[in-house]
Structure formats: structure tokens, C-alpha cells
Design a binder for this molecule. Structure first.
Ligand code: NAP
Length: 288
């Protein structure tokens, strides 16, 4: 891994830092000597992370307990960190709803949409402004070595590369992130801000375990969060988008070679077959 502390340090802010991919990123960055602002809802899990990182890597960790499905929380995080020189933002927290879209409670769909799209957008906007200012201030020094680059690493999903029936709103939320990040990668470059989008396939975290889908019935590979995190971090500053794993790359690229409707139907068929809870007969009869 490149020297993240030197390029983007001294502080990184990670949402969803207490578990899964976000936790693996927190550990890999702390190992490199970056101080971490760790955001999630459960304070006990954040405290455990703080203890672990501070003890093992001699870094500073600030924990912020926040529910990012409330838009105000993203503004609060910005305000609560103005005293820190943050150079790396990883708005990674996300959840996945699945099942027949119109049978799911609309409030749950709305909450997921805010967490998965509005929060990363707000944080990218608020911290993008800070990063631009940081770059311009350092530019005033006139020494090329003192110019401060920053980074934003967004978390999309392989499901963001096409609509996925029965995971419809989630896949749409991740398509938004993919598109936002691809565009910001170009738009923010003049301000010394590297933007990349990590699109994991199935990853061995708490998330897939909470879904009513038996992924063993699908032709996909399960990756470790450490591998996924490292792949994403390594892409920052090099690539606009990255999909970890060979088979996942194939799924993502196939959409560019064949009509878009084909992978949508394929995923719909696979998910329907793998769903462990049939939400109702209508879902089972949908012709995908
Ligand atoms: N695992 C996969 O197969 C997979 C595949 C593709 C993409 N992804 C994406 O990867 C990202 C990380 O997922 P993961 O698999 O690492 O999930 P995870 O292990 O379930 O971790 C989710 C993290 O987000 C936090 N979080 C959840 N809801 C939150 C809320 N409302 N406000 C603030 N924090 C919240 C959780 O902590 P609290 O519960 O304490 O809040 C936890 O730290 C997500 O954006 C997900 O969509 C995952």
C-alpha cells in the first residue's frame, strides 16, 4: 500500500467504521499511522474499535455516534470535526433492503436511500469544500512538497452496475454513488482531491447475513473484507472505479458488452431463486 499518512494524513474520517469493510479500512489506515474519526451508531462498538486501534497502532481515534439516515447527522459530523486536519473521507456506511419493493415498508426504503445516497453526497460536498480550501491554502506556500492532496473513497456495489430485481432500491442507491464518484473523480482533480468508487461484490460481513437471500445458490465469490478494503484503498489516486475480484469484474464489465437488460434479467432470476423468504406470491410470479 502507498503511504497514506504522507499523502492524505494526518486524519481520515470513516463512516460505518465499526464493522465489516469500514472496520478493515480503519485498521489498515491506522496501521499506516493515520488518526481515525470513526462514525457509526453503536457507541460500545466504536469504543471497542478505539481501544483496539489506539493500543495496537499508537494513533488517535475520535468516535462519533450518529445515525446517518438523518440528513442533519452529516452536517453535525462536519461541525464536530472542524478542529481536525482531515485529508481522507470514506463515507462507507450503508444498509441493504431486499424483497418485493412495493411490499417493503416505504419508511425503510426512505431511510436506506438517505443513508446510502444523501449522507455520502452531503459529506462529499461538505468535506470537498474543506479539501479544496486545504489544497489552496497549502498552494499559497509555493513549495510543491507542502501541497496537501485529499481523497474521497465512496462505497458502491456490484449491484450498482445494473438494476437488480428484489434489491431494487438498494441497487439504484448504489448506481447513484457510482455515477456521483465517476463524475467527481474528474471534477475535483484540479483541487488535488482524488476520488474513487469501490464496488464490492459479496463480502463476508454482517450485511449479507442480514438478508433473506441464500448467496450460496448464486454463482458469486465471497471475499474477505480485508481484501475488499485493501483493493479500494489501493485504487485511490489511480482509478475512478474499482471492482474487487475477477468474477465480479466480469459481472461489472459484461454490462458494457451486452444489452443492459440482459444482466438485469439474469440477476432477477438468480436472486429470485436464492431468496429464502418469498415476500408474497406476486414476487414469486414476477416474470424476470
Ligand atoms: N457486504 C457486502 O456483501 C457488500 C457488497 C457490496 C457493497 N457493500 C457496501 O459496503 C458498505 C459497508 O458494508 P459492510 O458489508 O461492511 O456492512 P456491515 O458490516 O453491516 O457494517 C455497516 C456499518 O455501517 C454502520 N451503520 C449502519 N447503519 C448506519 C446508520 N444509520 N448510521 C450510521 N452508521 C450506520 C454500522 O454500525 P452501526 O450499526 O453501529 O450503526 C457498521 O459500522 C456498505 O455501503 C454496503 O452497501 C457491502
Amino acid at each position: 500500500m502507498k503511504n497514506f499518512k504522507q499523502i492524505y494524513g494526518p486524519w481520515a474520517l470513516i463512516t460505518g467504521a465499526s464493522s465489516g469493510i469500514g472496520r478493515a479500512m480503519s485498521e489498515q489506515l491506522a496501521q499506516q499511522g493515520l488518526n481515525i474519526v470513526a462514525v457509526a451508531r453503536n457507541q460500545a462498538n466504536l469504543d471497542e474499535l478505539k481501544d483496539s486501534l489506539e493500543t495496537r497502532f499508537s494513533v488517535k481515534v475520535r468516535t462519533l455516534s450518529a445515525d446517518l439516515s438523518d440528513p442533519q447527522a452529516s452536517y453535525d459530523i462536519d461541525k464536530q470535526t472542524t478542529d481536525l486536519d482531515i485529508g481522507l473521507l470514506i463515507p462507507n456506511a450503508g444498509i441493504e433492503n431486499n424483497g418485493a419493493f412495493i411490499d417493503n415498508p416505504i419508511e425503510a426504503e426512505q431511510k436506506m436511500l438517505t443513508l446510502n445516497t444523501t449522507s455520502p453526497m452531503l459529506l462529499s460536498h461538505l468535506f470537498g469544500q474543506r479539501f479544496k480550501q486545504r489544497f489552496q491554502n497549502s498552494f499559497a506556500n509555493k513549495k510543491p512538497s507542502s501541497q496537501k492532496k485529499s481523497g474521497i473513497l465512496l462505497t458502491s456495489s456490484l449491484f450498482g452496475y445494473q438494476g437488480v430485481p428484489f434489491v431494487s432500491n438498494y441497487s439504484a442507491s448504489k448506481a447513484y454513488i457510482l455515477s456521483l464518484g465517476e463524475a467527481l473523480n474528474v471534477e475535483l482533480k484540479p483541487y488535488g482531491i482524488d476520488v474513487s468508487v469501490l464496488s464490492p461484490g459479496l463480502t463476508d460481513t454482517a450485511m449479507p447475513g442480514n438478508m433473506a437471500i441464500d448467496f450460496s445458490k448464486m454463482p458469486i465469490t465471497l471475499h474477505k473484507p480485508e481484501f475488499v478494503a485493501r483493493t479500494g484503498l489501493n485504487a485511490l489516486g489511480k482509478k475512478a472505479t474499482v471492482v474487487p475480484g475477477f468474477i465480479n469484474k466480469f459481472y461489472a464489465w459484461e454490462n458494457r458488452l451486452i444489452p443492459r437488460s440482459w444482466p438485469v434479467k439474469l440477476f432477477g432470476m438468480l436472486i429470485k431463486r436464492a431468496m429464502t423468504v418469498k415476500t408474497n406470491n406476486v414476487a414469486a410470479k414476477v416474470n424476470v
